[in-house]
Every structure is written in C-alpha cells, then in structure tokens.
Design a protein around this ligand. Sequence first.
Ligand code: NG1
Length: 528
Amino acid sequence: MASLVAADAKQETAGGVSEGSIPVYSSLRPVHGHDAEELAAADARYEGLALEFLQAYGAPPVLFVRSPGRVNLIGEHIDYEGYSVLPMAIRQDTIVAVRKRPDDGSAPSLRIANVNSKKYPAVVFPADPSQEVDRGNHSWANYFVCGYKGVWEHLERLKASGKEDVEVPTPASLDVMVDGIVPTGAGLSSSAAIVCASAGAVMAAHGLNFSQTDMAELCCKCERHIGTQSGGMDQAISIMAKPGVALLIDFNPVRATDVALPEGGTFVIANSLTESNKAETAAVNYNMRVVECRLAAMVLGLRLGLPKQEVYAINTLGEIEDMLSAAAPGLGGEGPLPAVEAHLKPEPYVAEELEELLGEKLETIMKSSPTSLAVLAAAKHFALYKRAKHVFSEKERVYAFRDTAARAQSSSGASFSSDQVLEDLGQLMNESHASCSELYECSCKELEELVGVCRKNGAIGSRLTGAGWGGCTVSLVRDGHVAGFIESLKEDFYKSRVERGLIKEGDLESVVFASKPAGGAAIFRFDH
Ligand code: NG1
C-alpha cells in the first residue's frame, strides 16, 4: 500500500457533504501534518491498521474515521446538568477502518475486530439497528454497537420530525477494525472517541454525512445505551474540536465557541494509574451523581412552590435555575447558590425523608429510567446540598476561565501581565479541584496525591479531569518548565510505582505528557 500522506490534502465538499459536516480528507496532512514526526507516526499507524484489516477480512478498508479523546480544562460534572464546559481535544484518538461486505446470502452482520486482539477480542453482531446493547456483558465492542444504533436512531428522529426527503439506507454487512490509543478509564474520553469514530464509520460506509452538531448530539444520546447517563461534552469536543484552541461548549442545542489559550502556559496530563470504569461503577458513582442532582433540583422546585407533578418532571439543576430566574429575574445577581443555602440541608438525605417531602416513592418518580432505579437500589443517602453547591459554583468558574483567557487575547503587547492570566486560570483550576474533591466527592487518594505532587513541583493550577474516581489530572505549567515538571513527576509519583510493577518505565511517555489542543473527527478516503 502506498504512503497515505502522499496524496493531496483536500477536503471533499461535493457529493452530498453539507457545510459543517465531518470533514473528508484524502490525506493525513490536514490532521497530522503540523509536525513531520507526528505525520510519519500517523502514516505508519494507518498503514498497520490497513494491513491488519486486509489480513482479517481479505480485502482492504474503504475508509477510516478518527475521533480524538479530550482533556477537560474546567467544568466537571455539569454538562449533564445543562451547563457549559471548556475542554480541548488531545492528540490520542481512535481510528475505525471499515468496508461494506458484499452480500453473500447470509444474514447481514457486523464483524468487529481490534488491532489489540488479546485485550479486545473480535466479536460478531447482527447488522440490526434495533438490537439492544448487552449491559450485563461489558464487551469493548458494545461501544461500536452504540455508535451503530445512533446512526439509525438519528435517521428515525429526522423522519419523525417530518423531514420527508430522508432516505434510510438498508443496513449493510460491515467489516470493522479498531485502533484506539486514548488511555482507557483515565477520564480522557476513550469511550466517546470509539463511539464517535464508530458512528462516523457506519454513517460514511452507508454514504451519509451528518452535520457536526447532529453528530455530537446523536453520539451523546447513543452512548447512553452503555448505561451511563452522560452529558454531551465528550462527544461534542471529539467531533467539533479545532487544532490550537479549546472550546466552550454549550448545550441544548449543542454549540461550540473557540477559546484561545494564553501564551506561556501548557497543559500537562498525568495519569493517576487508578482506572475508573465508569460503566461498571455507574450505579454508585456517575449515575448516582446524576440522580442526586435531579433530587436536589426537585427539592428546590418544591421550595419554589411548584406543583408536585411539575416537580417530578424536573431533570436538572439547569432547569431549576431557569425557573428561579423566571421567578426572580437576575436572582439579585447572586445566582442560585443562596437558594441552595436556604432550602437544602447540608447533611445527606435518606430516601424516606425525600419521599416524605416529595409525597411519592422515588422508584415511582424515576420508573422510566432503569439506570436511575439501579442507583436507588444501591444508594443509602443522597448529598443534595454538596452536589448542588458544586454544580452551581463550577458553572461560574467555567465562564470565569473563559473571560480570564480572553483577557490575554484582548491586551496588546508584552507589557500585559500574561503571567497574571496564567495565575488566575490556575487558581480557578485549583478551586474546581477542591469543589470536585470536597463537594462532589469524585476524587480518590491517588488523584489527591498526584494533584499535590503537581502543585509542589510548580504547577500553576492542577485538578482532576473527567469523571474522576481515578484517571488523570490536568495541570497548567509555564512553557519553559514543562520538561522539568514532567521529570519531577516521574521521580516523585511514578518511580515508586515503577518499582511496585504498576507501570513499566518505558510506558511513562503515555501516562504523563504535555498536550496542545488537537483537531476533531475526520473521515479519510485514500484513493489509490
Ligand atoms: P469521562 O471522564 O471521559 O468518563 C464523563 C462524561 C462527561 C462528563 C464527565 C465529567 C461520558 C461519556 N462522559 O467523562 O459527559 O460528565 O464525565 O465532567 O459519560
């Protein structure tokens, strides 16, 4: 196979590809061409994937779709409450190679394999968009099935909304090979990377190309088949990211605004080496927080004097803030936090207490959500005050972060103290971490240790990133200090772990690294 970087870099916009859809390239250059070493490594990786594909299926892939992981700079656990977040994509991504398999008379099927076949064995599913994702069996390929279902669900929604010209293709047999290098269980959105790349591959293999916003929405919805009640941050950044900038992402509907990051600072990601398996721990961690926020919103709704039936329909703290603002425009400039102080007690609530207040069994209120019922079955108490306080304060920090970063852009000349901007951003990150740790209780002892080591070694700000309970930290570090910072982390955090056999010395480059904002999802068709 010829080198994949040799062809011209061109984005195809003809042939039914509408503006704002996933870019289609015939070369790796637009995504990986900023650096010769990166381009050569990407070229080798795609070549290797194409070869594995050929060996597995006896024919080459027709196209590749890549979608990146992300690091969230600020705005943790607030996307599912409807609030804006501020992530950037990282270089590490998942690539899905695909071809439509010619009809051989047998029932259409999806053959899904991974270049890492030891860890991720090959699986066959029916080519049936209505199949359920088997939540009881945590197969890696379930994420592909989520993306697969998402494409058809989106087409069905379009049809249901009255779009008469929507043609739903017949589901074809597909051969698929996946190559993912986003660390798993690390809070860097490996799950969104595979879901987005899978949905993109299914879409493109059937001759479709949806808009980026439609893709972001559909990937968010379909990843929920895995069993987590996720917000839309990861899928939105994975699809819509642009090289060189972070994005402020708003929801309902999903929108992205560029946030230029100030000169002089670099974000360094470090893995705590504690894996957090979000899908398997959903009932006690991630979904538990979603349910706690919903209960907090309901109790606040009661205090607002809403009728019970309206209260039961409330899902998020974002909805409650809108209602509070409608009742008292501007909320006296103080936002919803005073309502939390006034109406929620600092101690956790038990289920019976909430049922007494709400006048209904929690199981009845949440009966339409099996994942919420799993939370109720596992939960002993619900920390409504702490969770609401985190959400309402964290959303303010997101806007403060965006406004602080903008200060660096609007000032002209070096006399402006960009160092002060970095300090202010760092402080917001530290405050965010404290809130995640103390109020949202989504940290763990390894993350606390790592954040401490990062700050001790000169991070201007350091915080857990992603869902937490393990995974990574992100630290803001002065440019000139990055190499020394990484070395000191190796010494102070990783050395003892290498000695204990938790990680190999040679793998450290993939657990602690600096990252510039990378680009989003792309389709590659190499015609030669
Ligand atoms: P990670 O850390 O990638 O699992 C999860 C959610 C996000 C967001 C963050 C916390 C999914 C797919 N992603 O991300 O939507 O809520 O936690 O801010 O569930």
